[in-house]
Design a protein around this ligand. Structure first.
Ligand code: FAD
Length: 302
């Protein structure tokens, strides 16, 4: 109830107040902010994936501008020798307006990253985008087998089968690279598991399938029981350390993050930045009012 109320009033709160809770979770507004945050994480032995905040644009001029911003991010981050890759949301490039235009923009970004022998992750958005984002990834993977990966969401009932369907483009030489997360959007119960335990069980089943198939899983969670479950699976399959990684969001559960690094696992942090941080944060909370408790704590209990 309180969460719902906060999620409704948040867009009308002063930006300065919202920044108080957002600043721990966002690297800043500029490319330099993102690169500096990434370099600091690198100093702690942590890899990064830089993401320009924004999604669901209104016209294709914005898509073009967003592509140019990503190309600049890659140029600046590579020159600064950041040890990390890039993540993007296809709707930021007009996926829901003209999917061919979006594909061409994203292709250019992946080509740029590939020219530095680097990698771009296609984030997964809500279910109206799932099939289109899988199709986009398949097309890119054909041209850039080692430079592109996809996100899958364990709350979706389709995900386990989706992983099996990808066997046709997976090989041990160039393993398919999936980030598995729980999923952040509010989806209908016909498409998504809703209960915490159910989502966690499927998370670990999906990871186990990826390990059996010798894929490269990026295990993206801050949930200790899921991380412990993943540790057990990695041990069971005696999985080589260079064939998987853990991932977390910028600023979230830093102590747990450090424990993963200390245990010798590869860990990557998602570093979001950009001038659209206010819209991004307020939309996230509107979509998922449960996040309002995190915000409440951040504003009042710091
Ligand atoms: P939860 O059960 O939600 O959280 C476990 C605990 O972690 C909580 O109790 C809390 O202590 C802490 N926690 C979790 N989130 C936060 C937070 N934001 N602030 C403070 N504490 C927090 N979702 C998508 O749908 N598509 C994507 O492409 C996508 N990419 C992601 C990339 C990365 C690297 C990560 C880590 C997550 C991504 N997500 C994405 C979000 C993901 O789906 C979950 O919504 C989010 O990670 C929270 O789930 P959890 O696994 O941490 O478990």
């Amino acid at each position: 109830m309180l969460n719902k109320l906060i999620s409704n009033i948040l867009p009308y709160m002063p930006e300065k107040l919202v920044w108080q809770f957002s600043k721990d979770y966002i690297a800043g507004e500029t490319i330099e902010d993102a690169v500096n945050a990434a370099l600091k994480l690198n100093e702690q032995g942590i890899l990064t994936t830089i993401d320009v905040l924004g999604e669901f644009i209104k016209n294709l001029d914005e898509a073009e501008a967003n592509k140019n911003e990503y190309l600049e991010v890659i140029e600046v981050a590579e020159k600064a020798k950041v040890n990390g890759n890039y993540s993007l949301k296809p709707t930021f490039f007009g996926l829901l307006i003209d999917k061919e235009v979006a594909y061409q923009h994203i292709r250019e970004i992946v080509a740029k990253a590939a020219s530095y022998n680097n990698f771009v992750r296609i984030d997964m958005e809500d279910t109206p985008c799932t099939d289109m984002e899988i199709e986009l990834f398949r097309r890119l993977k054909e041209e850039f087998p080692a430079n592109v990966g996809l996100v899958l969401q364990s709350y979706l009932k389709r995900t386990h089968q989706d992983i099996k369907n990808f066997k046709d483009i997976h090989s041990e030489e160039v393993p398919i690279n999936f980030r598995l997360c729980k999923g952040i959007y509010v989806e209908p119960a016909s498409l998504a598991y809703k209960k915490y335990d159910e989502i966690n069980t499927h998370f670990l089943e999906d990871i186990e399938l990826m390990l059996k198939e010798k894929m490269y899983p990026a295990i993206a969670t801050h949930d200790k029981p899921v991380i412990d479950g993943a540790y057990k699976l990695l041990e069971k399959y005696n999985y080589p350390k260079e064939n998987y990684e853990f991932q977390m969001l910028y600023g979230v559960t830093p102590a747990l993050r450090q424990s993963i690094v200390d245990a010798g696992h590869r860990l990557r942090v998602y570093v979001p930045f950009g001038k659209h941080w206010f819209g991004y944060c307020t939309r996230r909370v509107k979509e998922n009012p449960a996040m309002a408790s995190v915000i409440l704590k951040a504003i009042f209990f710091k």
